[in-house]
Design a protein around this ligand. Structure first.
Ligand code: ZN
Length: 168
């Protein structure tokens, strides 16, 4: 298993992907499963040789704690104050923010976060709110500059364990 690598970028940080198409389901009978590279998002299928449950998400989020500043993307009030929160988990496709402010699902936000003291903040140009419960907002990134995406990829690469979890 540890030899499995992403065919597109060669990274070993890969995870089982969510099975959704008919061919995914049919091939899973042969334990040929879809995988997602956690660093470049490439989706590919490969033979695993043992059965595993269908994972709910295709991108594993690494647990972090980064201060974040966010506001509605196209705010009708240019001077509208941003809100502060904490990013508690992160993948190259999305994140979860702990914040006391409830935000409607579907709201488009822009955000900036700092991942270490003295680092230049990473900007997410646009993220859509997918869930908002119990003081936490789930976001999916929809617009991201390449340079910022590269920096998020590096964070995920550092924080994500090498091993493919056996029971997910
Ligand atoms: Zn890759």
């Amino acid at each position: 298993m540890s030899d499995l690598r992403c065919p597109a970028c060669g990274a070993s940080k890969i995870r089982l992907a969510h099975r959704k198409s008919l061919s995914d389901v049919l091939l899973s009978g042969l334990t040929i499963y879809p995988f997602r590279c956690q660093l470049c998002a490439d989706r590919f299928r490969t033979f695993l040789g043992r059965r595993t449950p269908n994972p709910r998400r295709s991108f594993e989020r690494v647990e972090v704690s980064f201060p974040v500043w966010f506001k509605p993307r196209r705010s009708t009030y240019p001077d509208e104050m941003g809100q502060e929160g904490v990013i508690v988990n992160l993948s190259i496709r999305g994140c979860r923010i702990r914040s006391s402010l409830p935000i409607a699902v579907g709201t488009r936000l822009e955000l900036e976060f700092q991942y270490s003291d003295g680092s230049f903040p990473i900007t997410i140009e646009e993220a859509v709110v997918r869930s908002s419960t119990d003081g936490a907002i789930g976001l999916r990134f929809t617009q991201l500059r390449r340079s910022d995406e590269r920096r998020i990829r590096r964070i995920v690469d550092v924080w994500l364990s090498e091993l493919l979890p056996s029971s997910r």
